[in-house]
Design a protein around this ligand. Structure first.
Ligand SMILES: Cc1ncc(COP(=O)(O)O)c(C=O)c1O
Length: 456
């Protein structure tokens, strides 16, 4: 009796499922025929487009980015001994990317904090991050900060900060010409031009001495129009690794202030050059201390290893707090239609580290270790060339500072080294010291020796 009941139960359940399935399939077929657009097969009209040319067929192939293109060529090379010295990213002695311990710790804290949400940030970004970033570059005791004369907005790393700053200037500042050093980071002229500024160059590097062309720099800035914008690399000039001395910075400051030139600092390597956050910000602080105005674009890509998190800040130091308020309101008008508001994660990592004195200290130690490893690579490469008796004066390798050495190798020698030694660098002969290790230095020294002795 019980069995018969169970069989009946299953049969009726089975019948119900089948009825439901057939109802659904009837319904969907009815829907499909009632509404032709919902069918999955392409309509005959759409089919007639398949064979025709793309509406984008006239679009030209764009050239590869000159810096990122090096990695493309490197990736295509199957050689097991290949070395990529093109990219400006830190590598460990084992050639691996590095995530700082203090960054991992900060991320753990963030992940374990249940009160954290993923709401939008304001247009200007994370307030804590902005305040701490301004203190980092201008100094904790900065008068400009105390007097609320600084407008700081969180941006997409250094590039985004430069982009927002230059569009702000193009819209709101009377002088549209920006003077940038010759040579400079390849993205500078593109960022400034697309923002609506007019790019001109000032002499910076002397290939003869492989040092600063200070005379040329002063001459060119002297003849710049009153009020022109001047881009200055705060430290560790990219690509040359050549920085003015503090005395030279002071002369540049005096000249620029006397002509009313507007300084726009690009600070992509604070702490990464010398190992000291304060020493690497001296140039910027010199200009801020005189009470004048300036812009500063900061990046946490290198000094905190947050490359892909895209964390940076743009600060505009103004003469008074009411100007700073209006400047910030205009910055929002630049940012809102560009990307609306910045991402939260990277800025939260930075703020967590900067506001905790223990973590801050730990960061400075890890930062110094990266800077020291780069300095030691310089020494090792210099010694290796000396040992080989490579013709020429290579002392610029140890004199230059920061991530890059501007070797002085010409583009034929660069091509030769890629082809024969599988060593990749930008065509201007710039090598990333951060991409080297004690293991790869003999190989590089052999390649430089062969290039210099074999190719003119
Ligand atoms: C001089 C200079 N400015 C700005 C940047 C911007 O870097 P990011 O946008 O990754 O912060 C770089 C990166 O290589 C640089 O070398």
């Amino acid at each position: 009796m019980e069995n018969a009941n169970m069989i009946h139960h299953f049969l009726s359940a089975d019948r119900r499922i089948r009825t439901l399935a057939s109802h659904l399939s009837d319904h969907s077929s009815t829907m499909a025929s009632d509404n032709p657009t919902s069918t999955l097969s392409p309509s005959p009209t759409a089919g007639s487009y398949v064979g025709s040319a793309s509406v984008f067929s006239a679009i030209a192939q764009a050239p590869e980015d000159s810096i990122l293109g090096v990695t493309v060529a490197f990736n295509k090379d199957p050689s097991p001994v290949k070395v990529n010295l093109g990219v400006g990213a830190y590598r460990t002695e084992e050639g691996k990317p590095l995530v700082l311990n203090v960054v991992r710790k900060a991320e753990q804290l963030l992940v374990n904090d249940p009160s954290r949400v993923k709401e939008y940030l304001p247009i200007t970004g994370l307030a804590d991050f902005n305040n701490l970033s301004a203190r980092l570059i201008f100094g904790a005791g900065s008068l400009a900060i105390q007097e609320n004369r600084v407008a700081t907005v969180q941006c997409l790393s250094g590039t985004g900060s430069l982009r927002v700053g230059s569009e702000f200037l193009a819209r709101n500042y009377h002088e549209k010409v920006i003077y940038i050093p010759q040579p400079t980071w390849g993205n500078h002229p593109k960022v400034f031009t697309i923002s609506g500024l007019v790019v001109k160059y000032y002499r910076y590097y002397d290939p003869g001495t492989r040092g600063l062309n200070f005379h040329g720099l002063l001459e060119d800035l002297s003849s710049a129009p009153q009020g022109a914008i001047v881009l200055l690399h705060a430290c560790a000039h990219n690509p040359t690794g050549v920085d003015p001395t503090l005395e030279q910075w002071e002369q540049i400051r005096q000249l620029m202030r006397s002509k009313g030139l507007l300084p726009f600092f690009d600070s992509a390597y604070q702490g990464f050059a010398s190992g000291s956050l304060d020493a690497d910000a001296q140039s910027v602080r010199l200009f801020v201390a005189d009470g004048g105005e300036c812009l500063a674009a900061q990046s946490y890509a290198k000094n905190m290893g947050l490359y892909g998190e895209r964390v940076g800040a743009l600060s505009i130091v103004c003469k008074s707090s009411d100007v700073a308020v209006r400047v910030e309101s205009q910055l929002k008008l630049v940012i809102r239609p560009m990307y609306s508001n910045p991402p939260i994660h990277g800025a939260s990592i930075v703020a967590t580290i900067l506001k905790n004195s223990e973590m801050y200290h730990e960061w400075t130690i890890e930062l110094k270790a990266m800077a020291d490893r780069i300095i030691s690579m310089r020494k090792q490469l210099f010694d290796a060339l000396l040992q080989r008796g490579t013709p020429g004066d290579w002392s610029h390798i140890i004199k230059q500072i920061g991530m890059f050495t501007f070797t002085g190798l010409n583009s034929d020698q660069v091509t030769f080294m890629a082809k024969e030694f599988h060593i990749y660098m930008t065509a201007d002969g710039r090598i990333s010291m951060a991409g080297l290790s004690s293991r790869t230095i003999p190989h590089l020294a052999d390649a430089i020796h062969a290039a210099v002795t074999g190719i003119n």
